[in-house]
Design a protein around this ligand. Structure first.
Ligand code: MV4
Length: 444
């Protein structure tokens, strides 16, 4: 086991990782920006090092500072959490070169899955279903038009280095293709330093369903079921649940098997998520793979009883998975509400000081957060301030439990999206499990 792990993150996920370290008897080392000196992760960790000013680019994204901190403090491993450097293959590679264990897959696998063209090609070769596509990056307008005519409009133009919905263009007609193609290339170059784009058939009103995989460094790979993540706004998920109301045991088995097949074939290690679109006819299509622990991992933890962050650490030390696929049991229903500091009407982030705080609790309630009464939500970082997760026997009971937990939750001094969550939980379509990726835009 490791002696000391550096946590290259902040907020609730840094606290979540510190908790796992403590329970495993591992020393935790926090890093923080000067704006975060009063944050909970710096207080909970066994030690803390300031790595720069408030601006992320100079602190939490500063590879040189973080690698130096790891070396100065003599940590053996680094946990990147999600966001920041979590999917940065150059960071993972820098760690590998310095003899620091990056708690995640290898930099090589991160690079492969980071390129959406290579990832999709690999999935297709393995018989994992994909939407009709260009099969390669597009060389020019003429090729883009030929491919689109073959696929049939509408089509989506996506950036090879994009992902998470960034750098996508929906094109309805032949006439608008050329300009969209050129715009997509320009934007991809500006955003990712890579102008490669590809074209894909557009899937209308799908659900976003993802499979959690866990892979050790000895070739053992299992999946822990799915998460339904359709309730989102501008590619920011708001509420996630497991199981998905759209899946039965048979479809779960098929999607899980496809995700495991991909993970095995690419030599994936540690925890990861395979994202699928699920269309109205319940056909599923591979989208991309996330090579990190996700924000919504607690819903999977609650229905499986697996501590995913502890698993990440154990896998990184070379331990074999104890859990076998046949012993994975999905028990009950879990829902997560992401609590953001924002104006509930405009969705504009709303940082500021928390002057009153009453926390929810009781049976089946989990709260992952780094806020406290008197804490100031900073404008420099993501506005997610808490994750409220509930577990119950049935979906109906989970909805009732989440409703009462949200009603107990009072955060004074700043605005939050708690009212929005309460409204979603009362919605007839939501209650019936009828959700797709446009649910929220119809709703608000
Ligand atoms: C799509 C799609 C429709 N058709 N691809 C956005 C995130 C990225 N993982 C894939 N995304 C999409 N790809 C085809 N061919 C719709 C989306 C999409 C979406 C997917 C999942 C969750 C939210 C979304 C919001 C808008 C669009």
């Amino acid at each position: 086991m490791f002696n000391k792990i550096l946590i290259a993150n902040r907020g609730e996920i840094a606290v979540r990782i510190i908790r796992a370290c403590k329970e495993l008897g591992i020393k935790s080392l926090a890093v923080y920006s000067s704006a975060d000196k009063d944050s909970l992760h710096t207080r909970f960790a066994d030690g803390a090092i300031c790595i720069g000013p408030a601006k992320s680019a100079d602190s939490y994204l500063n590879i040189t500072s973080i690698v130096s901190a790891i070396e100065v403090a003599d940590a053996e491993a680094v946990h990147p959490g999600y966001g920041f450097l979590a999917e940065n293959a150059a960071f993972a590679e820098a760690c590998e070169k310095c003899g620091i264990k990056f708690i995640g897959p290898t930099s090589q696998v991160m690079k492969l899955m980071g390129n959406k063209i290579l990832a999709k090609k690999r999935a297709e070769e393995l018989g994992v279903p994909v939407l009709k596509w260009s099969n390669a990056p597009l060389a020019n307008e003429k090729e883009a038009l030929e491919v689109s005519k073959k696929i049939g409009f509408p089509v989506l133009i996506k950036a090879a280095s994009g992902g998470g919905g960034r750098g996508m263009k929906l094109v309805h007609t032949q006439a608008s293709l050329a300009s969209a193609f050129n715009m997509a290339k320009m934007e991809a170059m500006a955003a990712f330093g890579d102008a490669e784009v590809f074209i894909e058939r557009y899937c209308e009103l799908p659900r976003h369903v993802e499979i959690q995989v866990v892979a050790d460094e000895h070739g053992n790979v299992i999946h822990l079921g799915e998460r339904e993540c359709s309730i989102q706004r501008r590619h920011q998920k708001i509420l996630e649940e497991s199981p998905s109301p759209a899946l039965d045991a048979k479809l779960r088995h098929k999607m899980g098997e496809a995700a495991v097949r991909l993970a095995k074939a690419i030599g994936y290690t540690n925890v990861g998520t395979v994202e699928f679109l699920l269309d109205k006819n319940k056909n599923f299509y591979f989208m991309e793979m996330n090579t990190r622990v996700q924000v919504e991992h607690p819903v999977t933890e609650l229905i499986t009883g697996v501590d995913l962050v502890k698993e990440q650490i154990k896998i990184a030390t070379g331990q074999k998975l104890k859990l076998k696929q046949k012993n994975v049991e999905l028990k009950g229903h879990a829902i997560e509400c992401r609590i953001n500091a924002e104006d509930p009407r405009s969705f504009v982030p709303c940082p500021g000081k928390i002057t009153e705080l009453t926390l929810p609790g009781g049976p089946g309630v989990r709260l992952d957060t780094a806020i406290y009464c008197g804490y100031t939500v900073l404008p420099h970082y993501d506005n997610l301030i808490a994750k409220l997760i509930v577990h119950a026997e049935t979906r109906e009971e989970a909805i009732a439990r989440m409703t009462r937990a949200l009603e107990e939750f009072h955060i004074g001094g700043i605005k939050t999206n708690i009212p929005l969550h309460l409204k979603i939980l009362k919605d007839h379509d939501f209650i019936a499990g009828r959700v797709d990726i446009d649910f929220l835009s119809r709703f608000t």
